[in-house]
Structures are given as C-alpha cells and as structure tokens.
Design a protein around this ligand. Structure first.
Ligand code: SAM
Ligand code: DTB
Ligand code: SF4
Length: 333
C-alpha cells in the first residue's frame, strides 16, 4: 500500500467534485472490504477525568471546567462484566480508555489482567492509556493486546494550537513503540475543531505517510463540551461546526489513501443525521462505536443504530476482519 502520498495529491482528492470523490472512495472500499459490513466496537472509560494534559477538546482534562468527576481505575471484575455485556450486544471489539498522560508502572499489572480477561471472552481488545514507554508497550503485547489507540488528532500545525502539554513528535514516538511491540495501531483524529481544509489535508497526510498505515483510523467530529476551550469556542462561533459534506470528504480521502484500514465513524455520530452517516458508509467508513455512551459524551445508542442498520441493509461484521486477510495476502506476495 502506498505510504508516499504528497500533500498536493491529498489536497487534490479533497478538491474533487463531491460525487466523484465518494464514487472513487466507494470503489476502493469495495475492492478491499465487504460494503454491507460494519464493525461494532464498544467503548468503556476505565479511568475517567483528572488528566494532566490540556487537550482543548477534552472534558477529562484538569484544565477544563466540564464538571466531569475524576475516578480511580475501575476494578478488573467490573471491566470484565461490562465487556461481557458488550459481547452479548454483538460487539466485536472492546475499547478501553484511561484519562492519563501516561500509565504509571504500578498501574500495569491491573491493565495486563484486564487485557487477558477481556481477550479470554473472545473479544478483540483495544486500550488507550496515553503515552507509552517501550517496555510498557512490550508488557501490553505480552498480555495479548490486539490494538492500541493513540490519535494524532490533527495536522502537525493545528496540533500545537489544540494541545500545549505534549507534541506531535511525542505522539508519533508512542505509535512507534506500539508498532515495534507488534500491537496493531489505531490512530485517527478529530475534525470540526475550527481547523482549516489544509489542516484536514495535513491530518490525513500524516496518517497515510506513516511507515505502515494504522489498521484502524477513527475519525471523530468534535463533540463540543461546555467548559472546554474548543467546546466554548464553537458555542461562540456556531459556523465553525464541521459541515456534513466536508466530514464525508474527510472519510472518503482517508478511505482512498489507506485502503486496507478500518475507518471508524467515531465521536459526533449522535448529532449526525442518518443520511450523513449513510454517505460516510458509502464513502468507506466501516466501523462504529455502539452503545449510548462514548467515554463521557453520549453516543447514538443501540436502538437507533439497529433501526439505521435495518434501513440501510447493513450488518455487523463478525470474526476475522477482511483487512487482515488482505494484509496477509499482501505480505505473502
Ligand atoms: N488519554 C488518552 C489519549 O489522549 O490518547 C486516551 C483517551 S482520549 C479521550 C482519546 C481520543 O478521544 C482523543 O485523542 C480524541 O481524538 C478523542 N476525543 C476526546 N474528546 C473529544 C471530543 N470532545 N470530541 C471528539 N473527540 C474527542
Ligand atoms: C477515538 O478516536 N474516539 C474515542 C476513542 N478513540 C477512545 C473516544 C471519543 C471520546 C469522545 C468524547 C468523550 O466521550 O468524552
Ligand atoms: Fe487527557 Fe486524553 Fe483527554 Fe487529552 S484527550 S486531556 S490526554 S484524556
């Protein structure tokens, strides 16, 4: 798969007439994935709030005045109970998030126990715990962690405007440690933070030119939370909200430039119409978060998703992802 995309090529994709862009993305999607299958992932916040980082979009930062209460790391048994419920509801992957700048070594034994327990239930496991040291990535790999989520979130230029307590280079270092440990990479970002089209080009360019594309690419639309820098800014300038068509364009360009990746329609789906979501699925999105809660923000919910899937003729992906099969075939060539 190409990892030498130029910014000009990606900008040219964004500039295509909308129907042409979506058509091309749908062609790429069909060449590598079953177009009627959508992967279902369930999120659980295993440690909420009180995070030292100052990400301008996040309700869980100590720098935000969002009213989110900080909690301790959830007990292993409680996490396993929630994972069992997710499995019963048809989820394929269980994604666990902790509001940490980075995990401390003393947290790792409990995290390892959680990964082993969730995996033993036959669910794919994903963790997002902040920055990792190489030895922590190794510990997660040894525990059998399938995916690590660590988003680059925006273009390198816009990143510095949204976050000051760490750099894009820190982010890329952690992604390198995750790859080196042999864990699948989940990395994407947020659109609708007031960034420009050029920033969205830079965002997709950064992901599509990584030495290996992330296996999962979550695309979040900013959920504006009162008390966060970006949530408040958006409340003052409602026109800054991402346009639905521009959101679909971002999904389509991600699909074209990273053909084998699972592209996840992530946060922000709750306030998206079914028509916009349908366009995203046509343009190559093939994964969602299920349930009525993300980490702290509301999500669409299983009832409305069930109705939407029935209306659109979509079904839940089961078992081995087609992407992996394609990856295996490619490696064998
Ligand atoms: N602390 C870890 C980290 O930052 O990697 C893990 C949790 S963090 C909440 C995971 C991701 O959620 C962020 O990288 C960001 O893309 C997304 N996110 C956080 N707040 C959001 C919001 N209000 N709207 C949309 N996406 C959001
Ligand atoms: C990702 O890209 N989106 C998820 C997951 N990775 C961890 C998180 C979305 C968080 C939305 C805001 C909230 O719930 O606080
Ligand atoms: Fe902390 Fe992650 Fe929220 Fe940033 S996005 S404040 S690192 S929990």
């Amino acid at each position: 798969m190409r990892t030498d995309w130029t910014r000009a090529e990606i900008a040219a994709l964004f500039d295509l007439p909308f129907t042409e862009l979506v058509f091309r993305a749908a062609e790429v999607h069909r060449a590598h994935h079953a177009p009627d299958e959508v992967q279902l992932c369930t999120l659980l916040s295993i440690k909420t709030g009180g995070c030292a980082e100052d990400c301008g979009y996040c309700s869980q930062s100590v720098h935000a005045d969002s009213g989110v209460k900080a909690t301790k790391l959830m007990a292993v048994q409680e996490v396993l109970q929630r994972a069992a419920q997710a499995k019963d509801a048809g989820s394929q992957r269980f994604c666990m998030g902790a509001a940490w700048r980075n995990p401390k070594d003393r947290d790792m034994p409990a995290i390892v126990e959680i990964v082993k327990g969730v995996r033993a239930m036959g669910l794919e496991t994903c963790m997002t715990l902040g920055m990792l040291k190489p030895h922590q990535a190794e510990m997660l790999a040894d525990a059998g962690l399938d995916y690590y989520n660590h988003n680059i979130d925006s273009s390198p230029e816009y990143y510095e405007r949204a976050i000051s307590t760490r750099t894009m280079a820190d982010r890329l270092d952690t992604l390198g440690h995750v790859r080196a440990a042999g864990i699948n990479v989940c990395s994407g970002g947020i659109v609708g933070m007031g960034e420009t089209r050029e920033d969205r080009v830079g965002f997709v360019h950064t992901l599509a030119t990584l030495p290996q594309h992330p296996e999962s690419v979550p695309i979040n639309a900013l959920v504006p939370v009162k008390g966060t820098v970006l949530g408040d800014m958006l409340a003052d300038t409602p026109l800054a909200k991402i346009d639905d068509i521009e959101f679909v364009r971002t999904v389509a360009v991600a699909r074209i430039t990273m053909p084998l990746s699972m592209v996840r329609l992530s946060a922000g789906r709750e306030s998206m119409s079914e028509a916009t979501q349908a366009l995203c699925f046509l343009a190559g999105a093939n994964s969602i978060f299920t349930g009525d809660k993300l980490l702290t923000a509301p999500n669409a919910g299983d009832d409305s998703d069930g109705a939407m899937f029935a209306k659109l003729g979509l079904k839940a992906m089961r078992g081995e992802e087609p992407m992996r099969a394609c990856g295996a075939a490619e490696a064998a060539e």
